[in-house]
Write a protein that binds this ligand. Structure first.
Ligand code: 2HA
Ligand code: ZN
Length: 271
């Protein structure tokens, strides 16, 4: 049996949480990540029959029965993951009836998965229904995106359009646009359901005045998506109070999207 601490998916979780922390997106216990793993790969490191504890989910995840995730822990700090992965991360397998999760490794000291796990699992279900290769869901509090929530209308089309205008590559990186939710109570099944509904159309969903959810096939794609949104929001916030002299025009965004051959939300442009 190989050493779990050498597993590539643990290294990715350590590197990603450390990067996000250093970017200032995940203060204190802010943010959480869930990563759907390949079961055969996990069993190179862990005994499938060695269940440490069983943790109730609080909602029905039957369609995810048997699936294995590595998930950040409740109340844990991204700052501390790299130094102590066994306490701050857990590897869990959804039980056969979809009502609980078997802990296979981690959450040392009696921890459990993030309080946002309902929103994560519901987002995984929604993304897998439109993209069977989706593996990663991340929640974070990127500074400029969050700042923009206070000065910009919280509307899918308008928010997407403002971001697309800020960086030439934006329409190519998130051609489907981004979904925007109003402020809602976090940690609940209802915010999970609202997020999952938007996740059928978008890989990025803003939680109004809180942060965002992002999904993707792997850690790089998902992280890159958040970085690009955040960069655009940063440009927006650096320029919002200044007279706009130049802008990327809707015709130019269309030209870009067609040149890159991406399937973009034409109705999010004003042509
Ligand atoms: O888990 O970010 O939304 C910490 C949070 C809650
Ligand atoms: Zn949060």
């Amino acid at each position: 049996m190989k050493n779990i601490l050498d597993a590539p998916f643990i290294r990715e979780m350590k590197e990603t949480t450390a990067n996000m922390y250093r970017l200032g997106w995940d203060e204190r216990n802010g943010g959480n990540i869930s990563y759907l793993l390949d079961s055969d790969e996990v069993y190179e490191y862990l005994d499938a029959n060695n269940v440490l504890r069983t943790i109730p989910l609080g909602f029905d995840a039957k369609s995810m029965a048997g699936k294995i995730f590595v998930v950040t822990g409740r109340g844990k700090y991204f700052k501390n993951v790299a130094g102590n992965p066994e306490e701050n991360l857990g590897i869990i397998r959804i039980t056969g009836d979809g009502t609980a999760a078997d802990l296979l490794w981690g959450y040392a000291g009696g921890g459990v998965f993030t309080s946002e796990f309902p929103a994560h699992l519901m987002s995984h279900m929604a993304r897998l229904s439109v993209d069977p290769e989706n593996r990663v869901v991340m929640h974070t509090h990127p500074t400029y995106t969050l700042a923009m929530n206070f000065v910009h209308e919280l509307d899918d089309k308008k928010f997407t359009h403002s971001l697309w205008e800020m960086c030439t590559e934006c329409i190519a990186v998130f051609p489907e646009g981004i979904g925007v939710l109003p402020w809602m109570l976090c940690g609940t099944n209802s915010i999970g359901e609202a997020t999952a509904e938007k996740m059928k159309d978008f890989r990025v969903v803003i939680w109004g005045m809180h942060g965002l959810y992002a999904a993707g096939k792997d850690m790089d794609e998902t992280f890159g998506l958040v970085e690009t949104v955040e960069k655009a929001a940063q440009i927006y916030m650096l320029t919002a109070h200044l007279p706009r002299v130049n802008t990327i025009k809707d015709e130019e965004m269309m030209e870009l999207a067609e040149y890159f051959g991406v399937n973009y939300r034409k109705d999010f442009l004003n042509l």
